[in-house]
Write a protein that binds this ligand. Structure first.
Ligand SMILES: NC(=O)C1=CN([C@@H]2O[C@H](COP(=O)(O)OP(=O)(O)OC[C@H]3O[C@@H](n4cnc5c(N)ncnc54)[C@H](O)[C@@H]3O)[C@@H](O)[C@H]2O)C=CC1
Ligand SMILES: O=C(O)C(=O)Cc1ccc(O)cc1
Length: 365
């Protein structure tokens, strides 16, 4: 019998889940989004098998419901779900970046006999919307589940057997562990990135040229400030407490740096950076990676047509690229042309191809 999955919210994450789950056998993916243009795109780009203008129209026939909505909208939908005519065995899940409030609402659903297992794929990007959705977005990323205490093993197994088509690493944690850990590695860094950009904005009056100098380093640490503001408004509202704890820690760290700047010896200052470098260099790549395009840096000479020459070599060997950009500064990277691939294998083949055909040096950052 065909399993029916309803995805509500078809942006970057909902759209990517819908694409990934289309690979599950005998599974029909039905989508809904409140935005009519997104619904249209989702249908024409085959991100879902079917689209509905009202999720209630199919609520009674679906086996799984997945929310790909901003976390406050998810809470609203969970409230509405209470009065929907659902299948007895329906499994409801979400993809939201916060879990404590969502799992509190899930306990209310449990009292009505509705199974809700929280979910959060730890992969994504600063991009948003259905046009950014990709079937392989979650490959090798952690996918955290936050079941309520005493959740039935059979329900977990059903959800995991579907999520395996995302090729993510599914792990279970409690909602409070989840909200603490994600505050450290995701939510607070977003606040800091936004604050650095605000600080740069403050330069506009007296030193307007500063923004033109914002090169690799500034761009690296502030990329996530380009994320969807509605998403981050909701995440911040739902994880305020953990964020305040992080902020306290950050203020202490800033006081330590201030003292270092005022009184520290050159050795103290070097040690500060050395310890940070060591910790950063030791981060496990697959465990922490949120956004891991397989980038290849190519040190190309500066002559007209060189980029189409390189992409032509790759096309000849049927190696697909997912992105291509030119970095504006050579200060902190080796090469100037950055090509992204879908997999490590594609990147290795591309490096071999470019070295063989053009003898340009290639590097991995
Ligand atoms: N952006 C990221 O990298 C990641 C985001 N998440 C979580 O995934 C969820 C979705 O985020 P994205 O896909 O990035 O956002 P997005 O902005 O790309 O997509 C959200 C979609 O939900 C729709 N939507 C908004 N309110 C709605 C409502 N009330 N009813 C129906 N549709 C509604 C929007 O029209 C949009 O198409 C959020 O809860 C977010 O916290 C999780 C992992 C990574
Ligand atoms: O682009 C990035 O690096 C991100 O931080 C993406 C991201 C955003 C929200 C999440 O809950 C998880 C991952």
């Amino acid at each position: 019998m065909t399993r029916k999955v309803l995805v509500i919210g078809l942006g970057l994450i909902g759209g990517s889940i819908a694409l990934a789950l289309q690979k599950a056998p005998e599974t029909k993916i039905i989508g809904y989004d409140m935005d009519a243009q997104t619904r249209e795109h989702a249908k024409t780009l085959n991100i879902v098998h079917d689209i509905v203008a009202d999720p209630l129209a199919v609520a009674a026939e679906v086996d799984v419901i997945i929310f790909g909505t901003p976390v406050n909208a998810t809470l609203d939908w969970m409230e509405q779900l209470k009065s929907w005519p659902l299948k007895n065995k329906v499994i409801v899940t979400d993809t939201g970046s916060t879990k404590k409030l969502i799992m509190q609402k899930a306990s209310e659903l449990r009292e009505l006999g509705i199974t809700f297992i929280g979910g959060h794929p730890m992969a994504g990007s600063h991009k948003s919307g259905v046009l950014a959705a990709k079937a392989h977005l979650f490959e090798n990323a952690y996918y955290m589940l936050t079941p309520l205490a005493g959740e039935e093993i059979v329900h977990m197994a059903q959800l995991e057997s579907l999520l395996k088509f995302t090729h993510a690493k599914v792990v279970s944690v409690s909602a409070s562990e989840h909200d603490h850990m994600t505050a450290v590695v995701s939510h607070f860094p977003h606040v800091i990135a936004a604050s650095l950009v605000h600080q740069l904005g403050g330069e506009n009056g007296e030193y307007p040229m500063t923004r033109s100098l914002a090169a690799g380093g500034f761009r690296d640490v502030t990329r996530i400030a380009s994320s969807n503001p509605i998403l981050w408004r909701d995440i911040t509202l739902q994880n305020r407490e953990e964020l305040l704890t992080q902020l306290d820690g950050w203020e202490k760290e800033m006081t330590r740096i201030k003292k270092l700047l005022m009184e520290g010896s050159s050795q103290d200052i070097e040690n500060y950076f050395a310890v940070a470098k060591e910790l950063r260099d030791e981060l496990p790549i697959s465990a922490g990676a949120m956004y891991t395009p397989f980038d290849l840096y190519v040190d190309v000479p500066d002559y007209p047509g060189v980029i189409s020459e390189v992409t032509g070599f790759l096309a000849d060997e049927a190696i697909s690229i997912t992105n291509l950009r030119i970095v504006e500064s050579r200060e902190d990277v080796f090469g100037i042309l950055v090509i992204s691939f879908q997999s490590e294998n594609d990147r290795e083949r591309a490096a071999a191809c470019i070295q063989k055909r053009a003898n340009f040096e290639t590097y991995i950052s």
